[in-house]
Ligand binder design. Structure first.
Ligand SMILES: Cc1ncc(C[n+]2csc(CCOP(=O)(O)OP(=O)(O)O)c2C)c(N)n1
Length: 807
């Protein structure tokens, strides 16, 4: 119990009526396809043949929604709601229909009897709407089907929205997930001066699908200590059943909003004080509140049995049908709805109007608020490339200078953030810190550097939280970039899946405006984990990404610094995609000057004629393909060997930046036509393709192409350890020497002619391996190799002492 009495009897009655109406609508969605106002005795044909949906959480959500409405009016507050237990779709639909935001978007579901019938019938019905809070649901940025992300999404929405309070309902089951557990820390990155606020409402209804929840069974002092340890000031609202705790909930909300404003006012008047305790509400309700107390002699209300459909046999079991009728009638619909099916005006007395309605807030349709980033000209950050192979440059460090100026130019708009799990500097995006700090609201020590209360680089060692923050930020109409080690992006595989699904669905809804793309920069990648090793070597995220619909995913493998600039510029301007960019941070040769880079990126894939040895108008005998910075380096080094040792061999080099170009246009909008593909890769010549990730992906993307059987792909073979860069590529047979052997083995008739060279390549691999074992670094001929420089292997050198390397 909290705060002073805040509610008149009349308001309490209105809230109760509204809540009853929402509960009625939620329950009916699960069961009814006809007879929406129960004007006729309930018969089996009024009942849906398949009973789907989740009742258990819905009455609690309805209670929260009713009270948020009142709080919005009382405090003239700009609020949005994030519903962690997104399976409570019936509640979100009931409330948005009641407040009219649903019919505003879907006029075919008006506020009358016909509209009510459609609302019920369409729920979880073929051709209708999903059972969960979904992109189709007005007012939502959070699907909630996969539990765990409510708090990170809510905070993402609150960042840089100083006037917004995000009410975040957390399921007590959801609270057991890893992502939710870590996201309690999010408020420690929330700047009370420049950000909005999140009001967590822990919905302690006691049960999951089939088990009690951990938090609901903690002794209250332990729960309290836990939440206080997380930095919150919890207020407890408990419903033993009746009377319904309207007074307590209203008082808790009033106190919480008051407390939020006190913290914010203090910070905004210059008094930022670390360690502020933000308010939260712990709402203890019976699961399936107001539903059947018992079914077939077993307790249901207040137990896990209320989770989904409390009465499952209503079509076939007359006793269940009568019980359902009694249950639905207990809400006394005629008191709540007119004979024409509209909600009675008196029950809507405490519902806000226009965009203040939770279902109508523009924040939940972020595209309407989205403003383009003010982008600098990426050409201004170019590294000079007087000739291919100059440099080297650290691609991500170069990108950092551009991102710095993106931050700078959008400082006033405050609509761009960079998130990452403690790696922004390790990933060499240091230039960002010239213009901003890393967000930090807790105490600081003299030894700390680059921390700032209003920092725009956000680092927490939780990939889940990084991803959730950025998703929430994007979904509410802003822009950003997630930088991450390549291997550990897998931690958010499932979150990526869910966000891509959201985008896939949202794109089909005309009223949902496009949002900023989710830009994921993967660096510290598989080939250059020099000081980490096997655990840090995994390029498989790309394979996962490729499973999603072509219209929402893009994968880019820029081979050098200037191509990375061009790709990043494109991604930051794009909408409604997940852009995955894989780029190295280690010194790497620069191949293209900025104009050539821009052209190459616009093509997505192209022939590098300067690297090949195919005179104009003659056909190549072999194509060397490459995608990714390290594969490109090895392919060019292989091409260099071939041009010296087999000067008559006609070699073509093709580089692929945009992996989707490999697919046919029927599979992806970026796909090359068969004609273009055949001219680039030939329909019948061997293609030795060095690819950044697992080789099979290139096969998957090209298997419909005429020349696919001639594709021979080298990539990551799941071999790795802490070793030198060249030893890494050798372990995976993607090194220059092996590529030359591949060429010799696959160009018809070349084997006999080039037997000597093949043997030299085997020897070179053995020698290079032995050198690393002896000297702890790569052999100088590899370390010092430059494009067009001195001979890249020494045929006369003796073979390695420790014998040949397995081919
Ligand atoms: C990550 C994840 N794991 C498992 C599930 C399956 N699931 C759906 S609802 C649910 C129980 C949720 O309990 P709680 O969060 O307390 O919600 P409520 O009781 O309010 O329905 C589970 C385990 C899921 N949706 N997401």
């Amino acid at each position: 119990m909290t705060g002073p009495a805040a509610l008149s009897d009349e308001d309490a009655q209105t809230l109760d009526q509204y809540w009853r109406a929402a509960n009625y609508l939620a329950a009916c969605q699960i069961y009814l396809m006809d007879n929406p106002l129960l004007t006729q005795p309930l018969r089996p044909e009024h009942i849906k043949p398949r009973l789907l949906g989740h009742w258990g959480t819905s009455p609690g959500l309805n209670f929260i929604w009713a009270h948020l409405n009142r709080a919005i009016l009382t405090h003239d507050a700009d609020m949005m709601i994030v519903i962690g237990p997104g399976h409570g779709g019936p509640a979100a639909l009931a409330n948005t229909w009641l407040e009219g935001s649903y019919s505003d978007i879907y006029p075919s579901v008006p506020l009358d009897t016909a509209g009510m019938q459609t609302l019920f019938r369409q729920f979880a019905f073929p051709g209708g709407v999903p059972s969960h809070v979904a992109p189709e649901t007005p007012g939502s940025i959070h699907e909630g089907g996969e539990l765990g992300y409510s708090m990170s999404h809510a905070h993402g929405a609150a960042f840089d929205n100083p006037g917004l309070i995000v009410a975040c309902v957390i399921g007590d089951g959801e609270a057991e997930t890893g992502p939710l557990a870590t996201s309690w820390h999010s408020h420690r990155f929330l700047d009370p001066a420049a950000d909005g606020a999140v009001l967590p409402i822990l919905h302690l209804n006691g049960w999951k699908i089939a088990n009690p929840t951990v938090l609901a069974r903690l002794p209250e002092p332990e729960l309290d200590a836990l939440l206080r340890g997380y930095g919150y000031e919890p207020a407890y609202v408990t419903s033993p059943g009746h009377p319904v705790p309207h007074l307590e909930m209203a008082a808790a909300l009033d106190a919480a909003i008051g407390r939020i404003r006190t913290i914010q006012d203090g910070a905004r008047q210059g008094g930022r004080a670390p360690g502020q305790r933000w308010p939260m509400i712990v709402l203890r309700t019976p699961k399936g509140w107001t539903g059947p107390a018992e079914v077939d002699g077993l307790p249901v209300e207040g137990t896990w049995r209320a989770h989904q459909v409390p009465l499952a046999e209503v079509r076939t079991n007359p006793a269940h049908l009568r019980q359902l009728e009694g249950w639905l009638k207990s809400y006394r619909a005629p008191e709540l709805f007119t004979a024409g099916g509209a909600p009675r005006p008196e029950i809507l007395r405490l519902v806000p109007a226009g965009p203040r309605r939770l279902g109508a807030t523009p924040h939940a349709n972020g595209g309407v608020l989205l403003r383009d980033l003010d982008m600098p000209d990426f050409r201004d950050y170019a590294v000079p490339v007087p000739a291919p192979g100059s440099g080297p440059s650290e691609a991500t460090r170069v990108l950092g200078t551009m991102l710095r100026d993106v931050l700078r130019r959008n400082e006033k708009e405050r609509n761009f953030r960079v998130v990452g799990p403690d790696e922004t500097e390790s990933n060499r995006l240091n230039a960002l810190l010239e213009v901003t700090g890393k967000t930090w609201e807790e105490a600081t020590l003299p030894v700390d550097v680059n921390l700032a209360g209003d920092g725009r680089v956000m680092e927490i060692l939780s990939e889940h939280t990084c991803q959730g923050w950025l998703e929430g930020y994007l979904l509410t109409g802003r822009h950003g970039l997630f930088n991450c080690y390549e291997a550990f992006i897998h931690i958010v595989d499932s979150m990526f899946n869910q966000h891509a699904k959201w985008l896939e669905t949202a794109r089909k809804l005309a009223w949902r405006r496009p949002i900023g793309s989710l830009n994921i920069l993967l660096t510290s990648h598989v080939w250059r984990q020099d000081h980490n090793g096997f655990t840090h070597q995994d390029p498989g995220f790309i394979d996962l990404v490729m499973n999603k619909k072509a219209e929402v995913i893009r994968v880019y493998l820029p081979p050098d610094a200037n191509t990375l600039l061009s790709v990043a510029d494109h991604c930051l301007r794009s909408r409604d995609y997940v852009n995955v960019i894989v780029a190295g941070k280690q010194p790497n040769p620069d191949w293209l000057d900025i104009e050539a880079a821009a052209l190459h990126c616009a093509r997505g894939a192209g022939i590098w004629d300067w690297a090949g040895t195919t005179p104009e108008l003659s056909e190549p005998e072999v194509v060397l393909g490459c995608a990714g910075d390290v594969p490109t380096l090895e392919v060019l080094a292989a091409a260099d060997i071939l041009r010296r040792e087999l000067p008559d061999l006609r070699v073509r080099v093709v580089n692929v930046v945009d992996v989707m170009r490999l697919q046919p246009p029927s599979q992806h909008p970026h796909g090359m036509s068969d004609a273009e593909f055949d001219t680039m890769f030939t329909p019948d010549r061997p293609v030795i393709f060095a690819y950044h990730g697992y080789p099979w992906l290139v096969h998957r993307l090209t298997y419909r192409r005429a020349g696919h059987d001639n594709f021979h792909v080298r990539g990551y073979l799941e071999e790795g350890t802490t070793t030198t860069p060249f030893d890494m590529v050798m372990m995976n047979q993607m090194d220059r020497f092996h590529l030359v052997m591949d060429v010799i083995d696959r160009v018809p008739g070349l084997g006999l002619r080039a037997a000597d060279l093949r043997q030299q390549m085997t020897d070179a691999r053995a020698r290079a391996k032995a050198w690393t074992r002896e000297h702890g670094e790569d052999i100088p001929e590899v370390q010092n190799w430059t494009w067009g420089g001195a001979a890249s292997h020494s045929p006369a050198a003796p073979p390695a002492a420790d014998g040949p390397i397995a081919q």
